[in-house]
Every structure is written in structure tokens, then in C-alpha cells.
Design a protein around this ligand. Structure first.
Ligand SMILES: [Fe+2]
Length: 186
């Protein structure tokens, strides 16, 4: 069951997605209504915010008949951590309760071998959203809190129909990440 604010948002998102093919522009147009959605007090049912058996769980909320959009609620236990990954299509990640720590990675050349370097880290708190616009969207998400986090992720395409049932394109081994250089103290 989708709450009235969720249904209203999804109708507006469908209209925007139908007329904007450019991922960067679409994500920019969706960001404000998505942020406003996250302030709704009765956005999700208790079942849609329930923890699962694993460290985090994905509750499928919506998959559009047009195949343009999918919406999921993710519920994270304290310390939960995704693998390092990227996505097949655009997305918007927004936090409803708690905090998502998002660490970005970028490719670099290390003695002729492609490796990943740690980039920016963002603490995304309740009411905030972060865009996902492939390519170049390699990241990892953790719940840094001692309590659960609930987030909403809106994805381009019918990700619930993919083999994994997610929007993940690739998972990257942690060994690919270059160790960060300690700051020298004199
Ligand atoms: Fe992701």
C-alpha cells in the first residue's frame, strides 16, 4: 500500500521522466520534489520500514507500468554496508530516518593497473538526497549510526525485473581500492 504523498510524487515523477531523456537534467528536476516527499510524517507503513534478516533489506514499493521508474525502501541495521558498486541507470537516494554515509570512488592508474581511489564522502541525513548519474558513480553506502536507517531510492528503469532485482551494474572487490596515504606529521 502506497501512502497518498508517495502516489502523488510518483505521478509527478512519471510525467517528468516521460518528457526528459537526459539523466542529469531529470535527476535535477526530481531532486526538490523528492526532498519534499521525505518530510512527510506518514510516508511509509511500519511494514515498509521493517528490518530484514540481513544487514539491510530492500522493500519494493513501486515499479512503473511504463518501465521508466522503480521505487524501493531500504532499511539498514547499524553498521550495515553495501559492497562497492555502480548502477545501470540514474537514481536518487534520499534518507527518511537516520543517516546514509556515501563514499565515492574514482578510477586511477597505478603503475599501469587500473585501481580505485577513495573520493568524497557525504553523510546524508533525514530529508537529504544524493544523485546517482552513471557512468562514474562508483560508491559504497553504510549506516554509520547505532540505530536503524530508512531510505528511499528512486531508480530509472524497471530494476525490479533485472536478474538481481536491483539497479546494481557491477560490484568491485575491496582489493581494487588503493590504500589512503597517511598524512605526514612533522
Ligand atoms: Fe548504490
Amino acid at each position: 500500500m502506497l501512502s497518498a504523498p508517495l502516489q502523488e510524487f510518483l505521478r509527478a515523477a512519471e510525467r517528468l521522466a516521460a518528457r526528459e531523456a537526459d539523466w542529469t537534467r531529470l535527476v535535477a528536476q526530481l531532486a526538490l520534489p523528492f526532498r519534499q516527499l521525505l518530510t512527510e510524517p506518514d510516508l511509509l507503513t511500519p511494514e515498509q520500514q521493517q528490518l530484514g534478516p540481513g544487514s539491510y533489506v530492500q522493500h519494493a514499493l513501486y515499479s512503473s507500468p511504463s518501465g521508466r521508474l522503480a521505487l524501493v525502501a531500504l532499511v539498514w541495521r547499524p553498521g550495515a554496508r553495501t559492497p562497492i558498486h555502480d548502477h545501470i541507470a540514474w537514481g536518487l537516494a534520499g534518507v527518511y530516518r537516520g543517516c546514509e554515509r556515501e563514499t565515492r570512488y574514482e578510477w586511477c592508474d597505478h603503475d599501469g593497473t587500473p585501481r580505485l581511489r577513495v573520493g568524497e564522502t557525504h553523510e546524508v541525513t533525514a530529508g537529504e538526497v544524493v544523485p546517482i548519474v552513471p557512468p562514474g558513480d562508483i560508491h559504497q553506502v553504510t549506516n554509520p549510526l547505532a540505530g536503524p536507517t530508512v531510505s528511499l531510492h528512486l531508480y530509472g528503469g524497471n530494476i525490479l525485473a533485472t536478474a538481481s532485482g536491483t539497479s546494481v551494474r557491477c560490484v568491485y572487490r575491496p582489493e581494487l581500492v588503493l590504500p589512503t596515504t597517511p598524512i605526514a606529521v612533522h
